[in-house]
Design a binder for this molecule. Structure first.
Ligand SMILES: *[C@@H]1O[C@H](CO)[C@@H](O)[C@H](O)[C@H]1NC(C)=O
Ligand SMILES: *[C@@H]1O[C@H](CO)[C@@H](O)[C@H](O)[C@H]1NC(C)=O
Ligand SMILES: *[C@@H]1O[C@H](CO)[C@@H](O)[C@H](O)[C@H]1NC(C)=O
Ligand SMILES: *[C@@H]1O[C@H](CO)[C@@H](O)[C@H](O)[C@H]1NC(C)=O
Ligand SMILES: *[C@@H]1O[C@H](CO)[C@@H](O)[C@H](O)[C@H]1NC(C)=O
Ligand SMILES: *[C@@H]1O[C@H](CO)[C@@H](O)[C@H](O)[C@H]1NC(C)=O
Length: 552
């Protein structure tokens, strides 16, 4: 099957991104990975100095279908080169599609990909592929050996059996991997064991399952160190380790994760009692973010998270835009010292794109005040870090315990609804007179024995003219200690996407937005305070972001 080279990447601020979106907004560059079709990254890995990003891609258009594993490579996860698709339908075991999966680095430094293939009976099967030539630094060609599939959907629902995880090795001489599934409305991660990676046996019980969560897609299961920022390889074993199980919920199109313990003798994962196990659980990201995957980066001992910023627009809009989703910026992730959640931060390499800088320090914002951040930087493509402080929490609004849904609360209490401590934060992608803007902000409430911090990324005013687009007011709570009376925020702004990290990466929100006025040089960046308590910008640093090399 001859496939055209992928020509749609352009140079842009951040990752591989594309271009094509000008029809709605006049953008010429955006900083994430484009996608026609979908853009679910799949099987990311680091191998011999190169990062490989594979992603679910439709070579024939910006709609879902004809899914292949497209392939891009990078030495720093900032500058990218697109190659020919690595895996595409060609054999009876994947003739109707090559869906998501994972890469595992085998002993002897040999990568192997596990992926879901769809056969002519529409069954979901687990297959493998190996590089044709391990000496090719880019691993351009992949072979799907004839002993595929490795796993048939025996004793499971054949239309709900997909997305094998990275496999891990245990001292009992067996590899393990998980496959996402469901039984009725129960979400399931089935566990398979193998001595030789070829013959797999389903364990008697799933590693974990949860009622009322529906289909589990793209499960991810990995160990995290109890302290420090270093990542652990998926086969790592040691004392006091914690584990993370993340699942993508097909029904809500959100992901949630729990932190817990893995009992390898019983092959059971048990979430800690501090983690909510269900739809209301913790999310990596409270915005447009789905089907994520992590991998262990052995070159810098860290675990990297990739997510897909999905779109929710109609097929017609996707075709008009030329894409149906982009890649978020890769993030490092590690366990919060409180042991209850993960922390995430954009990879350090991104900072190589920082250009001109603007700073504000010790600037007091009274109730209702805005300040514009340096006109010398490109507000449409910027990296902003800010720390706010407030003298007291006494004026915080009372918290009503029935407010369990952060997104709903943020919908009611937007950036212009006056509060006590907050709302304060950034107005990103703002037009000069604020007809359009995407505010990213905090609001602090007082509950009987604690304070509750809400973080919002509100797209409702992001686009004056683009009607009919999905413009939610995304939000999450932030589990942060306010003893020092400070809150920090970092936002990566790139024309049509704002990725924000609250309180050092405790709560993260990605919003896709399509401004019509706040574009290019007409985009502005402000800090604001609409609470009646004064807040101070202790320090704000913003940088223009340069374009990386894309398929140069
Ligand atoms: C494998 O890749 C190396 C490096 O690109 C190349 O020199 C060699 O000829 C390739 N081998 C085969 C059999 O294609
Ligand atoms: C099997 O999975 C399909 C697709 O998710 C679903 O429509 C069907 O109801 C499932 N069957 C059972 C028995 O759960
Ligand atoms: C993973 O870590 C273990 C230590 O627990 C080490 O023995 C093993 O070689 C590592 N595997 C890889 C692929 O780096
Ligand atoms: C949660 O688990 C810890 C041990 O991991 C235990 O000390 C604590 O009592 C448990 N809390 C609840 C509410 O069950
Ligand atoms: C994208 O995510 C939103 C939730 O943020 C969901 O409502 C929508 O269905 C998703 N769209 C696709 C194509 O996954
Ligand atoms: C500040 O706002 C809070 C919450 O809206 C309100 O209860 C309080 O009366 C306000 N205080 C002042 C001085 O306006």
């Amino acid at each position: 099957m001859a496939l055209k080279p992928l020509t749609w990447f352009i140079q842009s601020f951040n990752l591989l991104l594309l271009l094509q979106s000008n029809k709605l907004t006049g953008l010429d560059s955006i900083f994430n990975l484009p996608s026609t079709g979908s853009m679910v990254q799949t099987g990311p890995m680091y191998y011999n100095g190169i990062y490989h990003l594979f992603y679910q891609y439709n070579p024939k258009g910006a709609v879902w279908g004809n899914i292949v594993w497209a392939h891009s490579v990078s030495r720093d996860m900032v500058n990218w080169q697109a190659l020919e698709p690595a895996i595409y339908p060609s054999k009876p075991f994947d003739i109707k599609g090559c869906w998501s999966g994972s890469a595992t680095i085998m002993p002897g430094n040999k990568p192997i990909i596990l992926y879901t293939g769809i056969d002519s009976k529409e069954r979901q099967l687990q297959n493998y592929a190996v590089p044709k030539n391990l000496s090719d630094p880019y691993l351009r060609e992949w072979i799907k050996p004839d002993n595929n599939p490795l796993v048939f959907p025996n004793g499971v629902n054949a239309s709900a059996f997909r997305d094998p995880t990275t496999a891990w090795w245990e001292d009992d001489g067996h590899w393990r991997m998980l496959v996402g599934s469901r039984r009725k409305h129960r979400g399931i991660a089935y566990l398979y064991r193998s001595r030789d990676f070829m013959k797999w046996t389903k364990a008697k019980h799933p590693i974990h399952s949860k009622e009322k969560t529906g289909m589990w897609e793209c499960p991810d299961f990995f160990p995290v160190s109890p302290s420090g920022k270093n990542g652990l390889n998926t086969s790592y074993s040691g004392p006091n380790m914690k584990y993370v199980l993340k699942v993508s919920l097909d029904e809500t199109r959100h992901e949630y994760y729990t932190v817990g313990s893995y009992f390898n003798d019983k092959d059971r994962y048990v979430p800690d009692n501090t983690s909510v196990d269900g739809w209301a659980g913790l999310r990596y990201d409270y915005g447009n973010f789905y089907a994520s995957k992590t991998f262990f980066d052995a070159s810098r001992n860290r675990r990297i998270l990739w997510g897909w910023a999905n779109e929710s627009d109609s097929k017609e809009d996707d075709i008009r835009k030329g894409w149906a989703g982009i890649q978020t910026i890769p993030r490092s992730l590690w366990l919060d010292p409180n042991g209850k959640q993960l922390l995430q931060w954009p990879i350090q390499e991104l900072e190589t794109l920082r250009g001109k800088n603007a700073e504000i320090s010790n600037k007091v914002l009274k109730s209702g005040e805005n300040v514009e951040v340096g006109t010398g930087i490109t507000a449409a493509q910027a990296d902003v870090e800010v720390t706010f402080s407030f003298p007291s929490l006494d004026k915080a609004e009372p918290f009503d315990p029935s407010w369990v849904d952060a997104e709903k609360l943020c919908g009611q209490k937007g950036s212009t609804v006056k509060g006590g401590v907050g709302p304060f934060g950034l107005l990103t992608l703002a037009s000069e007179k604020l007809e359009e803007y995407t505010p990213v902000f905090f609001r602090i409430f007082k509950a009987p024995n604690k304070h509750v911090v809400l973080m919002c990324s509100d797209a409702t005013r992001s686009s004056l003219k683009a009607t009919g687009l999905y413009k939610p007011s995304f939000a999450g709570f932030v589990d942060v200690d306010l003893a020092d009376k400070k809150l920090s925020l970092r936002s990566l702004i790139d024309h049509s996407v704002v990725e924000s990290f609250g309180a050092g990466g405790k709560t993260c929100i990605t919003s896709r937005v399509y401004p019509t006025l706040a574009i290019f040089n007409n985009a502005h960046l402000f800090a604001f305070n609409n609470g009646n308590e004064t807040v101070t910008i202790d320090k704000l640093s913003a940088w223009s972001m340069n374009k990386p090399q894309m398929n140069a």
